[in-house]
Design a protein around this ligand. Structure first.
Ligand SMILES: [Zn+2]
Length: 306
């Protein structure tokens, strides 16, 4: 009877171990599977292989003692499933090795059984297998030398790690250059007033907030208008949010109401109200109602009438 375990340290060192008990003595086999080449899954498979290697070496002794079955215990269900089906995939090479060993034992009338056991380390034999697997992560403590290679499951892991790193880098790169795509302050369901209002109104709110509202300046930039002048007051002034929220003569009454309400809800003095940036106004949740009322009462943030 053999208990097996695999172990991987945080820095990627992987070890496999199989232990069996002779009388009161534990007899361990440990194998170091290199650093960063394999996963625990490979180590678990490798550990079963270690146990069967010993059984093959000692097959004559086993026959003399009338042993008919070699039982190997593993706490990894995934490992056992891989050994069962032998289909292409991670660990296939190791699974095939285990099957070759088992067939060769069977030729000597010794059956191989692989059982699942819970991985509780409180059980002494699990503890012993675990201890030796941890020891096996250090190359100086091994008892079996293996030919090393990068396993498929490790490669799959490395590919997925590489992919997430590349994604993160790409996102960081994109977000750092396009500030206008990032909404400042809370957004979504955390801003109940714009979120629960009628859609066209909410759309104008979020367009203005994100800097993508169809103002004169924006439409000229995009090539939709020849000039950036305000069409509401027919003036000669470039139409920017600042103009629409403070100076456009078409909406003077609504602007007064807006800034009065903003002053009341925030406690700001008139000077602060005069100097706050419009983009900042959109990040302040307390001002949402005043801003929404202003948008509802005006046509600010709408496309020019045809
Ligand atoms: Zn105007």
């Amino acid at each position: 009877m053999w208990w097996t375990d695999g172990s991987r340290s945080d820095d990627g060192r992987v070890g496999a171990a199989a232990v069996c008990k002779h009388g009161n003595e534990w007899s361990p086999r440990r194998s170091f599977l290199c650093t960063g080449w394999m996963k625990v899954f490979d180590a678990e498979l490798s550990a079963i292989g270690l146990a069967l290697d010993v059984a093959i070496k000692q097959r004559e002794t086993l026959q003399v003692h009338g042993v008919k079955t070699v039982a190997v215990f593993s706490d990894s269900q995934a490992t056992i499933r891989q050994v069962e089906h032998m289909e292409p995939g991670p660990g296939q090479r190791l699974a095939r090795r285990i099957n070759r060993r088992a067939r060769s034992l069977l030729a000597q009338s010794i059956a191989t059984e692989i059982h699942w056991v819970t991985g509780y380390s409180s059980i002494p034999r699990n503890k012993e297998a675990d201890r030796h697997a941890n020891l096996a992560r250090d190359v100086s403590a091994i008892t079996v030398i293996e030919r090393h290679y990068t396993s498929t499951s490790n490669r799959a892991r490395r590919i997925s790690e590489g992919r997430s790193a590349a994604n993160a880098e790409w996102e960081a790169d994109k977000c750092s250059k396009h500030f206008s795509y990032r909404l400042k302050g809370k957004a979504g369901t955390k801003r109940p007033i714009p979120m629960t209002s009628v859609k066209p109104l909410a759309a104008r709110f979020y367009r203005l907030k994100s800097g993508h509202a169809p103002t004169g300046v924006y439409l000229k930039q995009c090539g939709h208008r020849d000039d950036d002048k305000c069409w509401w007051c027919g003036g000669t002034v470039a139409q920017m949010p600042e103009h629409l929220f403070r100076h456009c003569s078409r909406w003077n009454d609504q602007q007064k109401t807006l800034w009065k309400t903003v002053g009341e809800t925030t406690g700001w003095k008139a000077g602060r109200c005069r100097h706050v940036q419009i983009s900042e106004l959109f990040t302040i949740e307390e001002c949402d109602q005043a801003v929404m009322d202003f948008l509802a009462a005006t046509e600010v943030g709408k496309f020019p009438p045809k």
